[in-house]
Ligand binder design. Structure first.
Ligand code: FRU
Length: 494
């Protein structure tokens, strides 16, 4: 049965979406209209890839959470489907929060999400009760289970809290269903709980898979756990991070723990911890395994701390990153743009060994929807150089810059001059490494975003930008002669 609340959301979508179309990114997911945050239920279903998301269709501000819905075959072109879930039951009346999806053995599509119910205490403090709920459907319409919630306080480990108990990510393995769920135990730190089930309906607590042990923020939101290149990776989005060097910035962060999975005790034995994306806008990533065996990640390309600052003229707020293929190289998580993007490449322009000093512009190197790789290497070694600058989305007054500082071995991305009138965090710096004296910078630009991939995915840095679309110039400069190879493709995806 489709509830009144869901009917209302679907009718609103039909009426409002056509108006929103001209002002959309060309190949990044948005809600079409309204607000989105975390990707949810990112998983294959009946030969296609489905993506749901946290969604408030009626305004560009965060509100009672619905699940929006899209699907794709190639991760670039997406088909919009009607909203899948609305907060319409007593146990989720304050929001259908994040979760995952899986195809059941009988061919039905199961969504597992966090139902939120708030209660105002006499002293005015709002208490949240978060439980895990299920809806089952056919890829378009979903029925919430009569037996919801399927996981509640009764199957929390000692000290676990229902105030911060959310974001189940579900998968099938060895003939059983598994789910990881974020929790904040009594000491205020973050942990990830592991549950298992025979039928995806009745669940049993298994273990505390990992916990933050007083470091790496507090509540760990949106966990995901998967094998990759002989290791296991746990992805989390911690709240209240403290800065650590240039690796972790304060506030809502994103990180992965890489290690081995101790299957006897159901624990992750961690070997290393790193930031996933070093840019300004990246949160709540979720992954799937493609039908041809690739681990692909998508994330909300936004930062909670700056989510109140938005361009009022746009009818959408919140975008997803481009889906990325993951791998582990030299013990680190690497990520590269999904290879299907290459099918949408238009005309290719290439330059080899261009000397750069002062401001350099290259004919044909411009645009706002493009895939461009710039390989940078020093000249004959006689000159020392202190910086190399690439300016994108540039006109007389605007630019967004990528600055490489070889002496500190860092890149600084800066969108202060992107025309966005807010005093928010606009600059981020992070460490990179030259490989055989070269640095490779791949830039994916869409109308409202920039994603940078360094050295074939060793580092990624994402940011949103709202520079006028006419600002499409690209320029290079350096304080001493360096050389660049440039390969640029326009992307024609809409
Ligand atoms: C992460 C998050 C999740 C929650 C959702 C609510 O961005 O806070 O923990 O389920 O957003 O929209």
């Amino acid at each position: 049965m489709i509830s009144k609340a869901l009917k209302k959301a679907r009718a609103f979508e039909v009426k409002n979406r056509p108006l929103a179309l001209p002002q959309q990114p060309a190949f990044h997911v948005t809600g079409g209209t309204g607000w989105i945050n975390d990707p949810n239920g990112f998983a294959p279903y009946r030969g296609e890839y489905h993506l749901f998301f946290q969604y408030h269709p009626y305004a560009v501000d965060c509100g009672p959470m619905h699940w929006g819905h899209m699907k794709t075959r190639d991760f670039i072109r997406w088909e919009r489907l009607p909203a899948a879930l609305a907060p319409d039951m007593d146990y989720d009346r304050d929001g259908c929060f994040s979760g995952g999806a899986v195809e059941l053995e009988d061919g039905r599509h199961l969504l597992m999400y966090t139902g939120v119910r708030n209660r105002r205490r006499e002293d005015g403090v709002v208490q949240a009760f978060q439980t895990q709920c299920i809806a089952v459907g056919d890829g378009v319409d979903y029925e919430k289970l009569d037996g919801n919630p399927v996981i509640d306080a009764s199957s929390l480990p000692e000290g676990g809290s229902t105030r911060d108990f959310r974001d189940p990510k579900i998968w099938r393995e060895d003939g059983r269903y598994w789910a990881v769920i974020g929790n904040r135990p009594a000491d205020g730190s973050g942990s990830v709980l592991l549950y298992e089930s025979e039928d995806a309906l009745r669940w049993r607590f298994v273990s505390v898979l990992a916990s933050c042990r007083g470091r790496y923020g507090s509540m760990w939101e949106c966990p995901d756990f998967f094998p990759l290149d002989g290791k296991h990776v746990l992805v989390v989005s911690p709240q209240e991070m403290q800065a650590e060097g240039l690796e972790f910035h304060p506030g809502n962060g994103n990180l992965c723990l890489i290690g081995t999975y101790d299957r006897a005790n159901y624990r992750l034995v961690r070997e290393s911890v790193q930031t996933i994306d070093y840019g300004l806008d990246f949160y709540a990533p979720q992954t799937l395994l493609t039908m041809d065996g690739r681990r692909v990640m998508i994330a909300w390309m936004q930062n909670w701390d700056t989510a109140a600052c938005k361009p009022r003229e746009l009818r959408f707020f919140g975008q997803m990153t481009l889906p990325r293929e993951l791998s582990i190289r030299e013990g680190r998580l690497c990520q590269n743009p999904i290879r299907e993007l290459e099918r949408y490449r238009g005309a290719r322009i290439e330059y080899r060994r261009v000397p750069v000093r002062g401001e350099t512009r290259l004919k044909g190197i411009c645009g706002r929807c493009l895939d461009m790789t710039v390989t940078l290497y020093p000249g004959d070694g006689r000159e020392t150089w202190r910086w190399f600058l690439m300016r994108l989305a540039q006109d007389g007054e605007h630019f967004t810059s990528v600055l490489y500082l070889p002496e500190t071995g860092t890149i600084r991305v800066d969108r202060s001059h992107s025309g966005f009138p807010y005093d928010i965090v606009n600059v981020r710096e992070f460490p990179v490494h030259e490989r055989e004296g070269r640095l490779k910078l791949r830039v994916i630009l869409d109308r409202y975003s920039l994603e940078l991939f360094v050295n074939d995915g060793e580092q990624a840095a994402s940011l949103t930008l709202y520079t006028p679309q006419e600002a499409a110039g690209i320029g290079f400069s350096s304080d001493a002669t360096v050389y660049i190879d440039v390969e640029k493709y326009e992307i024609a995806a809409d």
